[in-house]
Design a protein around this ligand. Structure first.
Ligand SMILES: Cc1ncc(C[n+]2csc(CCOP(=O)(O)OP(=O)(O)O)c2C)c(N)n1
Ligand SMILES: [Mg+2]
Length: 358
């Protein structure tokens, strides 16, 4: 008996050694879910929203070097992936995303839950295709995985840089370095020793976490994190560098935590960004992922104000986003507010301890 397309799909994932599939159900993906139901591999992770799902697959990919794999339904399931696909594409993160589609004969008829997802994603993917014939499925999946990994995200920096250097011509950098030095003299990073400053908080993170994967959101919190975190092979950063996607941090940390159970996984986020994919707190709780979330509560979309002050030089205050407390209360996970510089390290240590509560 011929195997079904859905069974073929599962076999193809197994052949690609996909151990984890980030999936969200819907009408046009039901058969695939049925086929996955009995399979020991891949393990299916069910986030709470497709945007959270695709960022989780991205965090999984960035933290493991493997390809992140997503499955969602047609229409709204597919369009909810778009921001995450663009985020991953911009930062060269290998993802393979499957969406359902309406029955072949209905394609192009404005059918229920139909969108032209291939058209929508063409400019933010390396390869986007609608599979119309079962016989093509295996080779299309193989090609997708091949293309996804043709630029590896993880390389041995020593050998990669040596190879690049063989092809590079040195340019004069003296003037640029001198300019940087002048700027550092003119605008040194300052910190009041007694204040609960971003610098003090991030130095406490450096101090408390010897090994950590740190995902950021976007805003002032991201700039502070990249300025003040001491990053090396033990403290690794997951950040939306190209697209600058608010709401990336928490789901990316969830994806990373799944495959790095022995590493502390932190999110550095703002009170605005935290509210963007807040629903994923439930995913972290359900899968018992000990993700530590450090929310910089500024009560504003801070970056929007600082950008204006730096570049337009007007004095309009940044827009208020609330503290996020209303959204977090009652949160499904324990939390603690730190208001005093002396409490930062103990707050972080408490979050590290199993069964931490605030
Ligand atoms: C999805 C998305 N929407 C809007 C923006 C524009 N944006 C960049 S930073 C920012 C404010 C972030 O506020 P918050 O999370 O509180 O961080 P803060 O700057 O206060 O640290 C906004 C709205 C964005 N980067 N991404
Ligand atoms: Mg803020």
């Amino acid at each position: 008996m011929q195997i079904t397309g859905a069974q073929l799909f599962v076999k193809a994932l197994q052949a690609e050694q996909v151990d984890t599939l980030f999936a969200y159900p819907g009408g046009q993906a039901i058969d695939l879910f049925d086929a996955l139901y009995g399979a020991a591999v891949p393990k299916v992770i069910l986030p709470r929203h497709e945007q959270g799902l695709v960022h989780a697959a991205d965090g999984y990919a960035r933290s493991t070097g493997k390809t992140g794999v997503c499955l969602v339904t047609s229409g709204p399931g597919a369009t909810n992936l778009v921001t995450g696909i663009a985020t991953a594409n911009y930062d060269s993160v290998p993802l393979v995303c499957f969406t359902g589609q309406v029955p072949t004969g209905l394609i192009g008829n404005d059918s229920f839950q139909e969108v032209n997802i291939v058209g929508i994603t063409r400019s933010i993917t390396k390869y986007a295709v609608t599979v119309r014939r079962r016989e093509e499925l295996g080779s299309v999946i193989k090609k997708a995985f091949y293309i996804a990994v043709d630029i590896p995200v993880v390389a041995d920096a020593k050998s990669a840089i040596s190879t690049l250097l063989e092809k590079a011509e040195p340019l004069p950098t003296g003037e640029w370095l001198a300019q940087l030095e002048r700027w550092k003299q003119q605008h040194p990073l300052r910190m009041k020793p007694s204040a609960l400053s971003p610098q003090a908080i991030l130095q406490a993170v450096n101090h408390c976490f010897e090994n950590a994967i740190i995902a950021t959101d976007v805003g002032q919190n991201q700039l502070w994190a990249t300025q003040f975190l001491a990053l090396d092979e033990h403290r690794r950063l997951l950040t939306s560098g190209g697209l600058g996607t608010m709401g990336y941090g928490l789901p990316a940390a969830i994806g990373a935590s799944l495959e790095n159970p022995r590493t502390d996984v932190l999110v550095i986020t703002g009170d605005g960004g935290m509210q963007m994919n807040l629903q994923e707190l439930a995913t972290a709780v359900v899968y018992e992922l000990p993700v530590i979330i450090c929310i910089f509560t500024t009560a504003v979309w801070g970056m929007c104000g600082s950008g204006r002050r730096c570049f337009i030089r007007d004095a309009i205050p940044p827009p208020a986003c609330g503290t996020g407390k209303a959204a977090l209360s009652p949160a499904p996970a324990p939390g603690k507010t730190v208001l005093n510089i002396r409490r930062i390290s103990s707050g972080l240590r408490k979050a590290m301890a199993p069964g931490a509560s605030g």
